[in-house]
Design a protein around this ligand. Structure first.
Ligand SMILES: [Zn+2]
Length: 444
């Protein structure tokens, strides 16, 4: 049976597997890396894209009440004034008078520096937005910010989108993109990073409908997490108390996941009222009212916002799928430990591995054309190095659902052996049936 320990050792194993197999590794590593920057490698980018594409298909393409946008990362700084981020998007910060290290005042206990025991300054508010300058002159008039959330573009573009898409309230705008936060204490691998990706929906409604719409999106989010393969017992709702809620929100639920390092926020669901649209209307002098074409009723829509972290989705999926098991070896009656990522099949970066039993040219002659055929249908890998046992272990570790072995019998019977990742059962399949067989299996 799969075993799951709830500790740092498991986290280290996952981080190490990610680096070893090319899912995720430290960024800029040849220069000694850069604190808290991570790069997605060839397998990581496939995994992440599978998450994003499935999300888009579910929440945009499969619905009649949703459209997408892809907005600029750097917006007019007035956006952040109106949204309240310039004033309110801050963390309280203390500095050690001795070693000058900085800490979040609400994350340390006591009044001494956790690093050296020195005396601390009183807390000052530190804005989390990344500042930059537009154009060559570094003057305050040219200050701009990298967006700290993708949401604001959906508010600022609301009128354009409503008019051009001809959607009627209730409807939603979805976006996938990067956001930036100058976190003081990032950490836990890709859990908290200064640069991260969000999948976000702003769902525009009439004020009277907010409670039922909030409940509706709560259920939709759980359905999605089920599709990701996250076990319900690892998911928890945290009703965020008023004093801890973001400045714009009247109700927020954080959906938390049991990560190996502890239970922490995975997704968020917030009722943002008409705060953003009303403030942007006031600050820009443009009307952001919606006119119902049937009732002629005019109003500023209220907003329910489901937010899904992309990187946290990837991390949760990795943690959920990681398993260690005893598997039989080639020697009869003997077992060895295998590590396997038991992804839902649709999430797996590689769907099928083609493994000729040996490097011999006569096998390659048959195996290569099979690979070239399969790769037109599935994400595939061709591997002929090392023993077949080691190659199975490698495919298990990257979560490949099916391995196709081409052996000397293939030359005679025009059939191959297909091995199932989870059951490790092997089946002999005619080469001519292989694509249909795999298509059917991968859809199960
Ligand atoms: Zn110190």
């Amino acid at each position: 049976m799969a075993k799951k320990e709830n500790n740092n050792e498991l986290m280290e194993k996952i981080v190490s597997l990610c680096k070893r197999r090319g899912f995720i590794f430290p960024g800029s590593e040849i220069y000694g890396g850069m604190a808290n920057s991570w790069d997605y490698g060839p397998l990581g980018v496939e995994l992440k894209n599978n998450v994003k594409q499935a999300w888009w298909k579910k929440f945009v393409h499969s619905r009649t009440d949703m459209v997408g946008i892809d907005a600029a990362l750097i917006m007019n700084p007035k956006v952040w004034e109106a949204s309240g981020h310039l004033k309110n998007f801050t963390d309280p910060l203390v500095e050690c008078k001795k070693c000058h290290e900085r800490f979040r005042a609400d994350k340390i206990s006591g009044d001494k520096c956790p690093a050296c025991g020195g005396e601390l300054t009183t807390a000052k508010q530190f804005n989390l937005m990344f500042k930059t300058f537009i154009g060559p002159a570094e003057e305050s008039a040219n200050i701009a910010y990298f967006r700290p959330e993708t949401a604001q573009a959906m508010f600022v573009d609301f009128k354009q989108v409503a008019e051009t898409s001809r959607k009627r309230v209730p409807f939603g705008i979805a976006q996938i993109g990067k956001a930036f936060r100058n976190e003081i204490t990032p950490g836990n691998f890709i859990f908290r990073t200064r640069e991260f990706e969000q999948m976000e929906i702003e769902y525009f409604i009439r004020e009277k409908d907010w409670k039922k719409t909030f409940e509706y999106w709560h259920e939709e989010m759980y359905e999605w997490m089920g599709e990701l393969g996250l076990a319900k017992k690892h998911l928890h709702d945290l009703e965020v108390p008023e004093k801890e809620r973001a400045h714009y929100s009247k109700r927020t639920i954080d959906i938390e996941y049991d990560f190996p390092f502890g239970t922490d926020e995975l997704y968020g669901l917030a009722y943002r009222t008409d705060f953003d649209l009303a403030n942007h209307a006031k600050a820009s002098g443009q009307s952001l009212e919606y006119l119902d074409p049937e009732t002629q009723e005019k109003f500023i829509p209220h907003v329910i916002e489901p937010t899904f972290g992309v990187d946290r989705s990837v991390l949760a999926v990795l943690c959920e799928s990681y398993a260690e098991e005893e598997a039989p070896t080639a020697e009869k009656g003997e077992t060895e430990k295998r590590v396997v990522l038991k992804f839902s099949k649709w999430l797996a970066p590689i769907k099928v591995a083609i493994l000729p039993l040996s490097k011999k040219e006569e096998l390659a002659k048959v195996a290569r054309p099979i690979y070239e055929d399969l790769v037109k249908n599935f994400a595939c890998e061709y591997d002929e190095t090392q023993s077949i046992g080691k190659r199975y272990r490698r495919q298990d570790e990257i979560g490949t659902p099916y391995c196709v072995t081409v052996d000397f019998e293939t030359l005679e019977d025009k059939a191959v052996t297909v091995r199932d990742r989870d059951t490790m059962k092997q089946e002999r399949i005619a080469v001519s049936d292989l694509i249909n067989y795999l298509k059917k299996k991968l859809e199960e």
